[in-house]
Design a protein around this ligand. Structure first.
Ligand SMILES: C[S@@+](CC[C@H](N)C(=O)[O-])C[C@H]1O[C@@H](n2cnc3c(N)ncnc32)[C@H](O)[C@@H]1O
Length: 443
């Protein structure tokens, strides 16, 4: 689809977005942020989002079906036609759209993108699918991509790391996550904010483990959340909210949030504790700006530094920190429900470089930690190599001491990891996340 074509309906916008994610490599977060500024998208956004997220969630399954139905692969320049078939298959399989409408709208879409020649092909493939759905399911039953809607390497990795939980992880990854918000308790209590939501007909319940979190029954646009622009609330899953509970900052301490953008945990630290100093460090200038915007909206303040954590000589004044939050860049395999594009964008070859970077970050942060100080290591990954194996490597090397978690963790979270806590997507209504706190021995 040519990008200069005028978008005239929801399916066309979904096709444009899918092309941006799958061909251009954009993330859904980036696309949604761009689209929020584009008024032309407004009338179609809701259905387009449903179509795009659904197609990405089931991409590997729907692509396998498409490849099987096509007598020969389409040329690379006609990838948009493959995507139209995938959008059609998604509607036939997962939405309550009548079959005839799903097919005719897909055929219309070929014309809207000036590829009339493909209308017969799209019509034929979707009708063939209607006729041979069961037979095809039997034939493809042994394909991992068809069965799990995940790339094969990822399924193997989950099975290797978590043989007992792999099926649960895969099943959860194909679900839609609930919207969870964190109340800014500097401004309003969770109980009071829950009342405000209820007065605005937004139903929610309190999260059992994350003390500031409310789980919304239905996702809403952030601007429908009362006091959003005044910083009463922010959108954040419950699992990352636990990081701040485990770090336990004492009044007057010096704290580093080492990988801070977009500032979710920075603002949580500030609303929960009174550190003498908090530095929010972020290497990407545009993402460092996001921290500043989040701080401004939530009416909180701290020092934001845009620099590379590893290059300490460029930003660190040499004074050690009492607490360090190290929320490293990772495979993000724990947040696939919210970012289904990760199944497409993440490659098996990404993992080793990430593990290497995480190790370098751990070593650097340890050098900046005061004896007796605490470092909290966190990822939104499900892979052992990024999580407990990383901590095992570090503890063996550095005589770091494992810090006891808050009692509430022990009571409510499963002990699946040898060290720290591995949370699986869907567990206690949370995203997949890993946390472990380490203390540096006093000389
Ligand atoms: C998992 S995200 C952090 C999320 C954040 N803690 C929050 O709660 O909102 C990791 C961040 O680390 C940043 N990052 C990556 N490499 C870095 C480096 N060398 N120095 C500092 N920040 C880095 C990334 O740009 C990204 O914003």
């Amino acid at each position: 689809m040519r990008t200069d074509l005028k978008i005239t309906d929801a399916r066309m916008l979904a096709l444009y977005w899918l092309q941006q994610v799958i061909i251009e490599g954009k993330s859904v977060n980036q696309l949604m942020a761009e689209s929020a500024m584009n008024d032309e998208h407004l009338p179609y956004r809701s259905l387009s989002k449903q179509l795009m997220f659904g197609c990405l969630r089931y991409y590997f399954q729907l692509k396998t079906i498409t490849e099987n139905l096509l007598s020969k692969p389409l040329k690379a320049k006609d990838h948009d036609i493959t995507l139209i078939i995938i959008i059609g298959l998604y509607q036939l399989n997962y939405l309550s759209v009548p079959d005839h409408a799903a097919i005719s709208e897909s055929v219309e879409l070929t014309k809207k993108i000036n590829k009339n020649w493909a209308s017969g092909l799209v019509n034929g493939i979707l009708r063939e699918y209607q006729r041979s759905k069961e037979k095809l399911a039997d034939k493809l039953g042994r394909s991992i991509q068809f069965k799990t809607a995940h790339p094969g390497w990822m399924v193997k990795q989950f099975q290797q790391d978590w043989p007992e939980q792999a099926d649960f992880i895969i099943e959860q990854n194909n679900q839609q996550a609930l919207m969870i918000v964190r109340v800014n308790t500097c401004k309003i209590s969770r109980d009071e904010y829950q009342k405000q939501l209820s007065q605005n007909d937004i139903e929610c319940e309190q999260h059992k483990l994350a003390a500031d979190a409310l789980i919304l029954k239905q996702a809403v646009d952030v601007h429908q959340l009362p006091g959003f622009l005044d910083g009463l609330v922010t959108v954040q899953d419950a699992a990352p909210q636990l990081a701040v509970d485990w770090l336990k900052v004492e009044a007057g301490q010096r704290v580093l949030d080492a990988c801070a953008a977009p500032g979710g945990k920075t603002t949580h630290l500030l609303q929960r504790y009174q550190p003498a100093q908090l530095i929010a460090l972020e290497v990407s200038p545009s993402r460092a700006d996001k921290i500043k915007q989040t701080l401004a909206r939530m009416q909180l303040s701290c020092e934001v530094q845009c620099a590379d954590l590893i290059e300490t000589s460029q930003w660190w004044d040499g004074v050690e920190f009492d607490r360090i939050l190290l929320d490293v860049p990772c495979s993000a395999t724990g947040v696939i429900r919210r970012n289904p594009d990760i199944k497409i964008h993440r490659k098996v070859t990404d993992i080793q470089p990430l593990v290497k970077l995480q190790r370098e970050m751990l070593v650097k942060c340890w050098q900046m930690l005061k004896p007796g100080g605490v470092l909290l290591y966190a990822t939104c990954s499900l892979l052992k190599a990024e999580n407990e194996a990383q901590i095992q490597w570090f503890v063996d090397k550095e005589s770091a001491i494992l810090v006891e978690p808050p009692e509430s963790f022990d009571r409510q979270l499963n002990h699946t990891a040898q060290m720290g806590y591995q949370i699986f997507p869907g567990e206690l209504l949370m995203d997949g996340f890993y946390l472990c706190a380490l203390s540096k021995p006093k000389n």
